[in-house]
Ligand binder design. Structure first.
Ligand SMILES: Cc1cc2nc3c(=O)[nH]c(=O)nc-3n(C[C@H](O)[C@H](O)[C@H](O)COP(=O)(O)OP(=O)(O)OC[C@H]3O[C@@H](n4cnc5c(N)ncnc54)[C@H](O)[C@@H]3O)c2cc1C
Length: 290
């Protein structure tokens, strides 16, 4: 189908973009990589009167060191995130999960910010942001506010972004020593959205037991799902045996997955158990555990 008629504005500066969003309110939609918005327009699932194309705001594409971790501009292409030496070295789980998004041409256009603002429950990166305890910087004409990733995702395809706000940066702190991370998903075909995925960050103590675990799932609920009860099951334990099984069981129990033509809710819950177990185990191995 053809998209509905819309006006197209391409601001050259961030201030210009924020002024346009403030003036147009919910008549306008931000256009970043267009990999989700353009299909929505073509199917007439979104009918904005104005598109505000932010692709000329090159300053929003930067990737820089921040707090032992990385700060990434919202307009950074997914392929740039995946290939960034800084990201691969400091937050390898982000590079790992980004590489699972669609196919390379999609990642060359699609942006980190667009992916998070789109807030698809099956999307990998929102879950990664929860596991990394990332924060998101939202800007409007009135100033900036910073939200924890856990405060940003409000429901399926719904975020805390107001119509006059632009997501400008995503910041994730570095991981402590003896940490490992992993992203594991099950998809029907290579490049498909995940049926379910799990992001895990595990920090071990000197004895090789779990000191801290962070686990978040995608495809398991209307929003990305952090599972503190699964994390707690592993503290002081080896990431193996009964403790690992208990954590995976708790991840499945916390899930509230959708049923659709791709998979039943019961199957997705089983996948949540499998993905959680594999992601935690792999993260612990990468942290130097057995
Ligand atoms: C065939 C195909 C397969 C895909 N597979 C996957 C997959 O496996 N996993 C996955 O996660 N994604 C997948 N995607 C989606 C892809 O990751 C998109 O790039 C992403 O969802 C949207 O990013 P974008 O930059 O293209 O944003 P756009 O499509 O331009 O925008 C998406 C939404 O975010 C808003 N927005 C964009 N940037 C900002 C900003 N800075 N501030 C405020 N609002 C903003 C827009 O207004 C719009 O509502 C797939 C897409 C395609 C076409």
């Amino acid at each position: 189908m053809k998209p509905p008629a819309f006006d197209y504005l391409a601001p050259r500066t961030r201030d210009e973009a924020l002024n346009l969003l403030a003036e147009q309110g919910d008549h306008a939609k931000v256009l970043a990589g267009g990999q989700s918005l353009i299909p929505l327009l073509n199917f007439r699932l979104a009918e904005p009167e104005i598109l505000v194309d932010i692709n000329q705001l090159g300053e929003l594409g930067a990737i820089r060191a921040w707090d032992g971790g990385v700060a990434i501009g919202a307009l950074a292409r997914q392929s740039a995130v995946e290939r960034s030496e800084l990201v691969r070295e400091r937050l390898p789980v982000l590079a790992e999960a980004t590489g699972l998004i669609g196919h390379l041409p999609i990642r060359h256009r699609g942006t980190l910010g667009g992916n998070l603002a789109h807030a698809d429950p099956a999307s990998e990166l929102p879950a990664v942001m929860l596991a990394l305890e990332a924060e998101l910087v939202l800007a409007s004409r009135g100033g900036e506010r910073t939200l924890a990733a856990s405060q940003f995702f409000a429901g399926a395809m719904t975020t805390a972004l107001r119509p006059d706000e632009l997501l400008v940066e995503v910041r994730a702190p570095g991981l402590p020593a003896r940490s490992g991370s992993a992203f594991v998903e099950v998809a029907r075909r290579h490049g498909d959205y995940a049926l379910v995925g799990a992001a895990a960050v595990v920090t071990l103590n000197a004895a090789g037991r779990c000191e801290r675990v962070r686990l978040a799932l995608c495809g398991a609920a209307p929003t990305p799902l952090r599972v503190p009860e699964a994390e707690q099951a592993l503290v002081g334990e080896l990431a193996a045996g009964d403790a690992l099984a208990a954590a995976a069981e708790r991840a499945a129990a916390a899930s509230d997955p959708p049923a659709d033509m791709h998979a039943s809710a019961a199957f997705r819950r089983k996948l949540a158990r499998v993905c959680a177990r594999q992601a935690i185990q792999l993260a612990a191995q990468r942290a130097g555990g057995a």
